[in-house]
Design a protein around this ligand. Structure first.
Ligand code: C5P
Length: 422
């Protein structure tokens, strides 16, 4: 097996008379098992045709920065990311100068500026160009910045002069390729903290579907009046966002709120408790149901079709009927009960006791109990003090931001789901 088996060389052919030798270089590299992708500068096309390069490399040749087929896929970045080594042969005074000065005005120079890969250049130019102080200054800078060189050789030039400037023979360049790759890492290290973003690890709720109800419900009395409560929807939104961050597919069924929809989740907007139940039922199945909404317990039995008027005989009587209990309904769903069902208990008295009763009555797995009494600032505020009530435990969390309550609750969901699948 050759030392180049499986190696990926990105060859840049710049515009010089020695470009014809690049064809032989492609052949030699491929003979040794390397794959060769080629980028040609515009002037290189004056010396060899992309067609002959393509037939020798067996790959599509990249010729322009704004090639329609390349750029949509971030071509110049992808091209060098896939390579083990970039070889420039022939490397003209022009491309070396662009490299040394950070110029990126075509595909070749752009990828050279963007790459993190080792670059090996095989210069080829007229000897006066080679000896020119500008070229020598560029070479010194490139050498000091990790660019490897092969050649140029002394010899007779196409222009009739004799001296340094001939491109090295293909086999000598192949030997240099082998030597550079043998040294080890072809990647130029970047400063800490920058580079290709690591793949995000899959979240702890990846592949799970979570339904969250949130906000209040509005129960109409007549076309302009309704029964409601002070729920802001902030806690439900925070839970939905935390579950989405953990990788879950999250659907929020939200009553009327003044805040924006949860990021990373889809939101269905509803008005009444009955609409909310209908939306939740339609959205099942789910792995987790979190009933954070402050659903109105009652609604007007017969909302007036027109705005109710003062009659002079005192206020009208308002007859109320009970709304469906969404949490209890979903907890006791005959076929589609989510594996984990979590309710909230907003109370002003006997918090934990009431939460325990609710847990038993509604048959959910866990109740998040919070004191919403006057002065707590929970309804509409950004903080919450909650107690996690389960069948035989109560865990009281300190006063926390609603986002932190949400994050902890999502962690708890992960643990509970694991327990249930064991
Ligand atoms: O009975 P109570 O309203 O205090 O129960 C609170 C819990 O039950 C919350 O999780 C709330 O979202 C849910 N609930 C419900 N449907 C109702 C009333 C409350 O889902 N009609």
């Amino acid at each position: 097996m050759s030392s180049l088996t499986g190696k990926r060389v990105l060859l840049i052919i710049a515009g010089g008379i020695a470009a014809y030798k690049a064809l032989d270089l492609i052949r030699r590299l491929r003979e040794r098992g390397a794959s060769v992708h080629v980028v040609m500068t515009e002037s290189a096309e004056q010396f060899v045709t992309p067609l002959s390069v393509a037939s020798l490399s067996g790959e599509k040749v990249h010729t322009a920065l704004f090639s329609l087929t390349v750029e949509p896929e971030m071509g110049h970045i992808e091209l060098s990311r896939d390579a083990d080594l970039i070889v420039i042969a022939p490397a003209t005074a022009n491309i070396l100068s662009k490299m040394a000065n950070g110029i990126a005005d075509d595909l070749a120079s752009t990828l050279l500026l963007a790459t993190d890969k080792k670059v090996l250049a095989a210069p080829a130019m007229n000897l006066r160009m080679w000896l020119h102080p500008a070229t020598q200054r560029n070479l010194a800078w490139l050498r000091a910045n990790n660019v490897a060189f092969c050649g140029p050789d002394d010899g007779e030039m196409a222009c009739g002069e004799f001296g340094p400037g001939r491109m090295s023979e293909p086999l000598a360049i192949v030997a240099a390729v082998e030597a550079v790759l043998a040294i080890g890492s072809t990647t130029i290290p970047l400063p800490a903290g920058v580079g290709i973003r690591p793949e995000k690890p899959p979240g702890l709720l990846a592949g799970r579907r979570v339904i969250v109800t949130s906000g209040p419900t509005h129960e109409p009395i007549d076309p302009v009046r309704y029964l409601a409560n002070r729920s802001s929807g902030k806690q439900g939104k925070a839970i939905a966002e935390a579950a989405a961050r953990a990788g879950a597919e999250v659907i929020v069924i939200s009553g009327p709120v003044a805040i924006s929809d949860a990021a990373g989740a889809s939101t269905i907007h509803v008005e009444t408790a009955r609409e909310m139940l209908e939306a939740v039922s339609r959205t099942l199945p789910a792995d987790i149901f979190i009933s954070a909404a402050a659903v109105a317990d009652w609604r007007a039995e017969a909302p007036a079709g027109d705005k109710m008027k003062k009659s002079g005989n005192g206020p009208p009587s308002l007859s109320l009927v009970e709304n469906p209990d969404i949490l209890a309904t979903i907890s006791q769903h005959a076929t589609l009960r989510p594996r984990l069902v979590i309710g909230f208990a907003a109370e002003t008295t006997n918090l934990v006791e009431h939460a325990r009763q609710k847990l038993a009555r509604k048959k959910c797995d866990l109740i998040v109990a919070n004191d919403v009494g006057t002065g707590t600032g929970v309804m509409g505020g950004d903080q919450n003090t909650v107690h996690i009530v389960q069948a035989d435990t109560v865990d009281s969390w300190p006063k926390l931001d609603k986002d932190e309550v949400a994050a902890r609750l999502v962690d708890l969901c992960v643990t509970k789901l694991e327990e249930k699948t064991r």
